[in-house]
Design a protein around this ligand. Structure first.
Ligand code: UP5
Ligand code: MG
Length: 191
């Protein structure tokens, strides 16, 4: 059985749907450990390792890096934080059906899947806004299109696996209204 006795929450949604923004608010209220798959990959890139260079090229194209890379990074980060974690927010993973299967097989079953749902128009608008300050190599019009394409290719397959645990949240609203709904799903987990 799993050695992990705290909640595991996957935080999903298209590029710019507000995964990171909502995770920050969840951390502030619930003290969960926030692990952003994208941040873990970007840290690997900053480290300047040969593997980092390969990852950077893939991310600049808006494509998915090999599953094993992300799964290893996540597993390492989870094990490191496990002794004092109240729960884990896994932000931006899984991005393909198989990635979810492998996570649950190799790390732990998931307790809750939050899916932030917003239109492409909204996503593009937010990402172009963030592009002014983010410094992210994938925040440009061309790569944003490819990120959306990658997301649209896989998302239905991913979330259709998690009917009972899936909470589909209208992410077109303001940050506070979205968070209120998020709280309604998290409060029961920590009660
Ligand atoms: N904003 C947020 N919420 C708002 C709201 N309700 N109203 C108005 N504005 C709102 O938010 C984006 C912007 O919108 C911000 O300016 C924010 O203020 C505003 P943010 O919270 O950053 O959205 P988020 O969903 O986190 O967007 P992000 O760009 O991080 O999502 P991606 O899924 O594109 O990026 P990620 O870092 O997860 O992945 C990057 C790349 O890594 C992928 O493209 C892929 O190449 C690679 N990757 C893999 O290959 N495999 C993985 O498993 C993970 C990543
Ligand atoms: Mg993010």
């Amino acid at each position: 059985g799993s050695q992990i006795n705290v909640p595991i929450i996957w935080v999903l949604g298209g590029p710019g749907s507000g995964k990171g923004t909502q995770c920050d608010k969840i951390v502030a209220k619930y003290g969960f450990t926030h692990l952003s798959s994208g941040d873990l990959l970007r840290n690997e890139v900053s480290s300047g390792s040969p593997r980092g260079q390969e990852l950077s090229a893939i991310m600049e194209k808006g494509e998915l890096v090999p599953m094993e890379v992300v799964l290893d990074l996540l597993k390492e980060a989870i094990l490191k934080s496990l002794p004092n974690s109240k729960g884990f927010l896994i932000d931006g993973y899984p991005r393909e059906k198989e990635q979810g299967v492998m996570f649950e097989k190799n790390i732990s079953p998931v307790d809750l899947v939050l899916f932030f749902d917003a239109s492409e128009e909204t996503l593009v608008k937010r990402l172009l806004g963030r592009a002014e300050t983010s410094g992210r190599v994938d925040d440009n019009e061309e790569t944003i299109k490819k990120r959306l394409h990658t997301f649209n290719t896989h998302n239905d397959q991913v979330i259709s696996q998690y009917t009972a645990k899936l909470k589909r949240i209208n992410a077109e609203r303001d940050v506070g209204a979205i968070f209120q709904e998020v709280e309604s799903y998290l409060d029961p987990l920590v009660a």
